[in-house]
Ligand binder design. Structure first.
Ligand SMILES: Nc1nc2c(c(=O)[nH]1)N[C@H]1C(S)=C(S)[C@@H](COP(=O)(O)OP(=O)(O)OC[C@H]3O[C@@H](n4cnc5c(=O)[nH]c(N)nc54)[C@H](O)[C@@H]3O)O[C@H]1N2
Ligand SMILES: Nc1nc2c(c(=O)[nH]1)N[C@H]1C(S)=C(S)[C@@H](COP(=O)(O)OP(=O)(O)OC[C@H]3O[C@@H](n4cnc5c(=O)[nH]c(N)nc54)[C@H](O)[C@@H]3O)O[C@H]1N2
Ligand code: SF4
Ligand SMILES: [Mo]
Length: 731
């Protein structure tokens, strides 16, 4: 059977590949057959799989030597990694060897949060979880169970929870990460930016980064394409209060005042409109409400923006003209972690509008249209429908929320409104680090009848659980297929490379065993995951044997730009690019983004900013022995002049105190010219407090601990987290 592709998440068109596509699409894996999947010389065995150190899901090939996991490298046939993993992916083997790993299921002995456990068998643990879930369902209904998960490993548990009857399935990647961006773009173009982002950095002649610290943010394909763009002389424009790695590659670095990007964006658009530099043909063909929009942005001169965002008028004009010169191959990057100030969906909409003026949506060097291979789902009965709906957004108070809101579920758990939420299962997400305001998370946990955590180490969130279930790491398990929406459609397999060292189990097994105990047999007709995967793959004319050998199989590539024949369709109410948003106006929001100045830090205090380090992922890699050797604690970046005035010397240890008198662990100060004087910066994920994590892995300070305040986005419920102020105290 020929592979089929799906052309748009919105259209779900299924086309047959045709002979040419089939021949070109099913490329061989690119690896010599002798290297694949079997024991070769000298006890060397290679196994293709895909990475899980972050959610880019690069395809990789792991090598086992004499039965021991040795190394992992990029799969040369992978359209995401092109055969090169990022440092975290390469260090991923450390996850298998991590000495802090959970080894057996645990049941709480003492008070919640005391981290006192009894090791039990899987039967005992799963019987207890099932029994308590059934009690909750009997008393409060199935919706009283919520599942928090992050990553593809959550797929089978999501399935079990849907079958159980709850719609409350949620991930921090929406309301704490990219949700506002997707809403801003949905309101403008009728579609989100999705993941992997549909950014054509590869072909961009001008790349504009607002924050988006590529090079520290290591999302592989983007970083590789960024490096190539720099190499071939593309214009790089970076606005960031901190001189990031990306800024060091830029021709134009704009040290913007934190929280004022909308002012800069409006004035850039002012220049494009008043100097008539925008893509007139594109706007005339596809735009809706342009006149009202143009009238509005005429007010925002670079001279208006200057005192608001700190960027001088000449730089604003020069950079706007350069964007126009390179358009439509000018990509104003939509960002990913965009939950900064609570006005994030509107800031993202301003980014979308700037791209619209440049004609970059649907164009080469701008935003391409992703597609995916059509791999049929495993057939299961329909899920029961909930009468009550989700608990996260009662009365649609966030009218444009297009995903489930983690903090909304947390709020419902505390208040019991719109109905009681009494049990959480938490899979692969450390809610204490991922959600702002730890005290609120703990308050919600204390209101629960049941907290089950599936994790690989005794993490902070596991510390609060009634039952802890130890999972096999990604190198030891199968997972759901990765049917990726990308420039080049492909399907990828994760398969076990080595066995789990102790009594850890994979998520599919946990979900199925729990499902059977919950009376959900019809939803788990397969005996094991191989059977499940084989059925799905055969539905697409593939086989598990082929996938085990190749790891990744590509489908034919459909047109991805308008100039290649992609139809210019916009799934907005007007069917056009909405320069003026009637939807927003109807709900009482600004139909065209407007600037409101952020609250300034009080005298002597600094805004707390945070981001990524190239060798760590969030709070999930600190105990990885390979990655922690490269970086075992974070530091707080402070402007060097300001630091000297405070009497600080490089590497002095300080504590940060926030506006609510929350004080951090001691952390080394990095005095640097590379940051403005009104903010400090630290890498997220450090300073963890779980007792089960050895002390040498608990070093540094936690940004999450200090993020007690957050600003909720009125459009979609995301939590802006860059709204906390800190002072520094020498230790
Ligand atoms: N190594 C590594 N890479 C990762 C991850 C990881 O954990 N580790 N996580 C992945 C995930 S899920 C995500 S969402 C992304 C996150 O990565 P990004 O989407 O790049 O995150 P940002 O928050 O945009 O980036 C932080 C940058 O924004 C700057 N900044 C802060 N405030 C402002 C402001 O008001 N205006 C402007 N213009 N800039 C500001 C900061 O100084 C910092 O340089 O990274 C991905 N890649
Ligand atoms: N303060 C602050 N908050 C943030 C961010 C920030 O930069 N600063 N970033 C935001 C962003 S962009 C995102 S996407 C989210 C990320 O939020 P999360 O995805 O929740 O990130 P982590 O904190 O890494 O939590 C991962 C948890 O999964 C466990 N784990 C790791 N591997 C496995 C596995 O194979 N199986 C199982 N069962 N468990 C595993 C880890 O031990 C850890 O407890 O956080 C958001 N919240
Ligand atoms: S970007 Fe790095 S950590 Fe993320 S999947 Fe790819 S190799 Fe793994
Ligand atoms: Mo994220």
């Amino acid at each position: 059977m020929a592979p089929r592709v799906q052309l748009s998440r919105r259209r779900f068109l299924k086309i047959s590949a045709g002979a040419a596509g089939a021949a070109a699409g099913f490329s061989a894996s690119g690896l010599p057959a002798s290297l694949l999947g079997s024991d070769g010389e000298a006890g060397i065995r290679t196994v293709p799989t895909f990475c899980d150190v972050c959610f880019w899901k690069c395809n990789a090939v792991a090598t086992v030597r004499d039965g021991r996991l040795w190394k992992i490298e990029g799969n040369p046939d992978d359209p995401l990694s092109h055969g090169r993993l990022c440092p975290r992916g390469t260090g991923g083997v450390g996850a298998h060897f991590d000495t802090s790993r959970l080894t057996a299921p645990l049941v709480r002995r003492e008070k919640r949060g005391e981290e006192e456990w009894t090791a039990v068998t899987w039967d005992q643990a799963l019987d207890e979880v099932a029994e308590r879930m059934l009690t909750i369902r009997e008393r409060y209904g199935p919706e009283a169970m919520a599942l928090f998960s992050h990553g593809i490993g959550g797929t089978f548990l999501k399935h079990a929870f849907k079958a159980f009857g709850t719609p409350n399935l949620v991930a921090p990647s929406y309301a704490q990460c990219r949700g506002p961006r997707d809403v801003g773009f949905e309101l403008t173009f009728g579609e989100g930016v999705s993941t992997p982002e549909r950014t054509d950095i590869e072909n961009a002649r001008c790349l504009v980064l607002l924050g988006s610290h590529l090079g520290e943010n290591m999302h592989n394909t983007q970083v590789q394409e960024f490096a190539e763009a720099v190499g071939r002389g593309a214009t790089i424009i970076v606005a960031d209060p901190r001189f990031s790695v990306a800024a060091s590659k830029a021709q134009h670095y704009l040290p913007i005042q934190p929280g004022t990007d909308i002012a800069l964006l409006l004035s850039w658009m002012h220049v494009l409109v008043t100097e008539e530099l925008y893509d007139k043909e594109y706007v005339a063909a596809h735009g809706f409400g342009f006149e009202a929009f143009a009238a509005e942005v005429r007010r925002y001169t670079p001279e208006w923006a200057w005192p608001r965002c700190g960027i001088d008028p000449q730089t604003i004009r020069e950079t706007a003209r350069e964007m126009a010169r390179q358009s439509p191959a000018t990509l104003v990057h939509p960002g990913r972690h965009v939950t900064w100030y609570g006005n994030d969906a509107q800031r993202s909409r301003a980014i979308a509008l700037l791209n619209a003026l440049l004609g970059s949506w649907g164009r080469k060097g701008g935003f391409y249209a992703p597609s995916a291979m059509d791999i049929p789902e495993y057939p299961v009965p329909p899920y029961p429908k909930s009468e009550r709906g989700k608990a996260d957004n009662p009365g649609h108070r966030y009218p444009f929320a297009s995903g489930t809101i983690t903090n909304g579920i947390r709020e419902a758990t505390i208040s019991g409104e719109p109905y009681p939420v009494k049990g959480w299962m938490v899979y692969a997400t450390n809610l204490l680090q991922a959600l702002p305001n730890q005290a609120e998370t703990i308050r919600a946990i204390e209101a629960l009848d049941l907290l089950v955590v599936v994790d690989v180490i005794p993490s902070e969130i596991a510390g609060w659980a009634d039952v802890v279930l130890p999972e096999s790491v990604y190198l030891e398990r199968y997972d759901e297929l990765n049917v990726e929406w990308f420039k080049q459609p492909f399907v990828a397999l994760r398969q076990p490379v080595v066995e789990s060292p102790a009594d850890q189990k994979p998520n599919w097994w946990i979900a199925r065993e729990l499902g059977l105990r919950l009376g959900l047999e019809p939803f788990f007709p397969w005996e094991n995951v191989e059977e499940y995967l084989e059925t799905r793959l055969q539905g697409a004319g593939l086989s598990l044997a082929e996938m085990k050998e190749k790891g990744v199989v590509k489908g034919p590539k459909p047109p991805i730009y308008y100039e290649e024949g992609l139809p210019a369709e916009f799934f907005t109410p007007s069917g056009k690019i909405e320069f003026y948003s009637t939807q927003l106006a109807e709900k009482g929001f600004d139909p065209i983004p407007r600037f409101e100045p952020p609250e300034e830090p009080p005298p002597g205090a600094f805004r707390l900013l945070y981001g990524r380090a190239p060798v760590h992922s969030f709070s999930r890699t600190q105990t990885n022995p390979i990655l922690s050797e490269m970086m075992d604690e974070n530091e707080v970046w402070l402007n060097a002049d300001v630091g000297r005035r405070l009497g600080l010397r490089p590497r002095d240890r300080v504590r940060l105190r926030n506006q609510d008198d929350v004080v951090s662990q001691p952390v080394a100060v990095k005095l640097t010219e590379r940051i403005r004087g009104d903010c400090v910066y630290m890498v997220h994920g450090f300073g963890q407090s779980a007792r089960g994590i050895p002390a040498h892995h608990r070093k540094g300070a936690s940004d999450s601990h200090l993020i007690t305040r957050y600003a909720v986005d009125p459009l979609m419920g995301g939590t802006g987290m860059s709204v906390n102020f800190v002072t520094l105290e020498a230790v």
